[in-house]
Design a protein around this ligand. Sequence first.
Ligand code: DAH
Length: 339
Amino acid sequence: MIEKIEEILQEIENLKANSEQDIEALRIKYLSKKGIISEMMNDFRSVPAELKREIGQKMNLLKTNAQNKINALRESMQNSGQSQEILDMTRTAYPIQLGTRHPLSIVKNEIIDIFSRLGFVLADGPEVEDDWHVFSAMNFAEDHPARDMQDTFFVEAHPDIILRTHTSSVQSRVMEAGQPPIRIICPGRVYRNEAISYRAHCFFHQVEALYIDKNVSFADLKQVLLYFAKEMFGSDTKIRLRPSYFPFTEPSAEMDISCNICGGKGCPFCKGTGWVEILGCGMVDPNVLELNGIDSKQYTGYALGMGIERITNLKYQVKDLRMFSENDIRFLREFKSAN
Ligand code: DAH
């Protein structure tokens, strides 16, 4: 019997296989209930007592070697990639579980699309900015309240380095990099030191648009605003401009649209007025042009800026701003879109 065991040990050592099926056949041949080793176990019963110990040890060795060899063959088959596991190359890839775009991205893309149709091109700038681009170059006086610690996040070791509080800083970045004509749209994240609640957050998103060329007038601005409002909220949408103040535009205005929830009749959303404010705008202050290296005698321009969360709320009536950054999958799945 010892000879037979030695023989099989040798045999096992030299086993080869070309496919998963070969390996399975070997497993059945050696290790299954009716396999060679089980049969030998049966024979083991009739081994004389004095040989039991020696033969028993060899049988155990045989069993482990066979198991190890089969495992090794399997492993090398899988590693060599020759695994014969059947891959159905004709199987359709669908249904694929697609994710959904974030509502802010959907609205951002829509805004970009509308402005691209008017010839605006994308621009961007850093979120960690310096005081110059966020404030000084945008004509903020030294003591303007927006520079106050309560609004702005400062980098502790460098009081000149801040998180931008508005995307208007990109206006300055673009102006210093090149001369008009400039026609840009810049979406991006902005930061303000606000307590987080359902209607305020320490970060949110804005889109800025800037057009500078010869003979740009307020009438051009108004037409672009009307076009934008109708494209974004439907062709029945009306706009109205109210005088306002921003350091970087003169004159400045805020734009309201007819409330798209009640159609202008008055509802809780528009507080019964029929109008909702959606953006700030104006003619670029000549000081801003000069501060950024553009000749204000030759060129004029307009700018506008809006909060993406605000526009998204109007489109989708999201009541709590915090929903936008909590990544609750049930909320996110509600937004399906083509873009
Ligand atoms: N930067 C302003 C804000 O954060 C928004 C704004 C108003 C941008 C008027 C403009 C503009 O470009 O002309 O509130």
